[in-house]
Write a protein that binds this ligand. Structure first.
Ligand SMILES: Cc1cc2nc3c(=O)[nH]c(=O)nc-3n(C[C@H](O)[C@H](O)[C@H](O)COP(=O)(O)O)c2cc1C
Length: 196
């Protein structure tokens, strides 16, 4: 089974992780898959739905996509039922280029985060996508990470700083992105916390 061929590479690969609760409710959130030479891990924030679901089912699916609108929606809203398809009876995102279903085993825990080691169970490649580096796409990802951080912090000065950084990335997305990046930024701007 070749995880590399599915789009996950050494370093941290930003994907949308889909999970299922014990009672069967689906969830999607952007998460970084950490890859060393030949091992895969995720570090999950304990107050996330993704963490709770992985604890309950010991499984997660990595959905490889470069669609920035999906990243923003998965981070800040819920993806509707219509986005989901199924891989070995596990929820995955229809629009993703590839899917990797992983077994997740707890490797390390701290007060805020838990580290899980991942073993691939099933891989499906739907399409191979060639895309040049686009600063607009990358900037949306950075702005979305800052937005999720913003929602977690309470300190007003830290919030102001995060907003400033988000505004900088929004500018790059507007300048270098295509229509999906512009839409992604519009969704971020609709949120109460964001960007001037
Ligand atoms: C690109 C990107 C990467 C992220 N990586 C992680 C990660 O590795 N671990 C994590 O706990 N949260 C990560 N987050 C934050 C979560 O996506 C965010 O907290 C989300 O709201 C959790 O949703 P949930 O409660 O539905 O699981 C990331 C966010 C973005 C935008």
């Amino acid at each position: 089974m070749n995880v590399r061929e599915s789009g996950i590479d050494e370093g941290i690969s930003e994907v949308i992780v889909t999970t299922r609760s014990a009672s069967g409710t689906f969830n999607a959130a952007p998460i970084g898959i950490i890859t060393t030479t030949n091992e895969h891990f995720v570090k999950l924030y304990k107050r996330s739905r993704t963490f709770t679901n992985v604890q309950e089912t010991k499984k997660l699916a990595a959905n490889i996509t470069s669609d920035t609108v999906l990243f923003v929606k998965a981070a800040l809203d819920n993806l509707g039922e219509a986005h989901y398809s199924s891989l070995s009876s596990f929820p995955v995102l229809k629009e993703a280029n590839s899917w990797i279903l992983f077994q997740a085993v707890l490797a390390e825990k701290s007060t805020e985060y838990s580290l899980f080691q991942l073993t691939p169970l099933t891989i499906k490649i739907n399409r191979k996508e060639l895309k040049a580096i686009n600063r607009g796409r990358n900037a949306v990802i950075e702005a979305t990470i800052l937005a999720t951080r913003y929602l977690r912090v309470n300190d007003e000065r830290e919030k102001e700083e995060l907003k400033k950084q988000m505004a900088r990335y929004a500018k790059i997305a507007e300048k270098c992105g295509g229509h999906r990046e512009k839409e992604a930024i519009r969704i971020l701007e609709e949120k109460p916390f964001v960007i001037v």
